[in-house]
Design a binder for this molecule. Structure first.
Ligand SMILES: Nc1ncnc2c1ncn2[C@@H]1O[C@H](COP(=O)(O)OP(=O)(O)OP(=O)(O)O)[C@@H](O)[C@H]1O
Length: 302
């Protein structure tokens, strides 16, 4: 059986008397991206630090490619790439010196460093001290550092903060390349619309607990949010079609996501309607439905 790249089983974490994580389990396989979502203080960064082996869970187990995460941190035998939430490097160094330093630690060739500097659009500033870099330039450098050694596991804590739209798109392109090469990716982010089309699964955390885990389709099915279909002369067609009438609301067909395949089949085979517009709940809609309207406070223990 395939060993998951990341496997957390029943992990709890206490900081003194505060329970930051409460019986959390999930797996990420090679070549998969999991988005780690949740309110401020939900426990996302703590989970990433546990995978890195920087924090040992109070109870439960954390494994990376079958090894205890903490033991791997000490041996560094598994190649992990990490972008911390607040990326900061010694600001008297130049961008090139930073990548050169991490490259030397990880045995990366100078050619790879040169290529990444150019790809991330930092060539013109590579010899300047970091104190002259903008926030987005530092973030680009941080992402380049994280993927430098083409890791087997890539952990990105809010990677698109400060990135312009093109740089964000470029980053997701790079992530997809790494996935193709078998990298397992965990991305903690609040930018749901950006991550939606790139994830395989999403883990939604609330107050240290797992609120939901699944593919977008699974989360959509589990939600009570409706999908909808619209097409020209829909109202006319519905008048003479008892099957469609049961879904007709506010000028469109509205239904649970699990009914989509059946309705589409009906439209194509029974009504000869081939051109329609389907709208499904977005990840952001599902997230808001799960989290509710009021602000979650990490201090409220569930
Ligand atoms: N070293 C620490 N000591 C005490 N409490 C901590 C420590 N680190 C984190 N916490 C608490 O644990 C909870 C989870 O923090 P964490 O940083 O994992 O949240 P997060 O989901 O990454 O939040 P955000 O989206 O705001 O970055 C928070 O209530 C935080 O205050």
């Amino acid at each position: 059986m395939l060993t998951p790249s990341v496997k957390l089983t029943d992990v709890s974490l206490r900081y003194n008397d505060f329970t930051a994580l409460n019986h959390v389990s999930f797996e990420v396989n090679a070549g998969q991206t999991m988005a780690l979502l949740g309110h401020n203080g939900a426990g996302k960064s703590s989970l990433i630090k546990i995978i890195l082996g920087l924090i040992i869970p109070t109870s439960g187990t954390a494994k990376v490619i079958g090894q205890c995460a903490h033991a791997n941190q000490q041996k560094s035998s598994i190649n992990l790439g990490y972008l911390p939430e607040d990326v900061s490097f010694y600001d008297k160094l130049s961008g090139r010196e930073v990548l050169g330093y991490f490259g030397a630690l990880k045995g990366v060739s100078l050619a790879r460093i040169d290529a990444l500097i150019e790809e991330f659009g930092l060539g013109y500033a590579q010899h300047r001290q970091l104190k002259t870099y903008s926030k987005g330039m530092k973030q680009r450098l941080g992402v380049a550092q994280a993927i430098l050694s083409q890791p087997k596991i890539l952990l990105l804590d809010e990677p698109t903060v400060g990135l312009d739209p093109q740089a964000s798109q470029f980053l997701y392109g790079k992530i997809n390349e790494l996935k193709q090469a078998g990298c397992a990716v965990v991305i903690s982010t609040h930018e749901l619309s950006l991550v939606e089309s790139h994830l395989d699964t999403a883990l939604i955390m609330a107050r240290g607990k797992r609120r939901a885990l699944g593919t977008c389709a699974e989360l959509r099915k589990a939600s009570s949010l409706k999908s909808s279909i619209h097409f020209d002369d829909l109202a006319q067609r519905v008048k003479s079609n008892a099957y469609l009438q049961q879904f007709y609301q506010q000028g469109m067909l509205q239904f649970d996501s699990s009914a989509k395949a059946e309705i589409v089949k009906h439209l194509v085979t029974q009504c000869q309607v081939f051109d329609f517009d389907i709208k499904e709940p977005r990840l952001e809609d599902i997230y808001h439905e799960l989290m509710g309207q009021s602000l979650c406070s990490p201090a409220e223990q569930a």
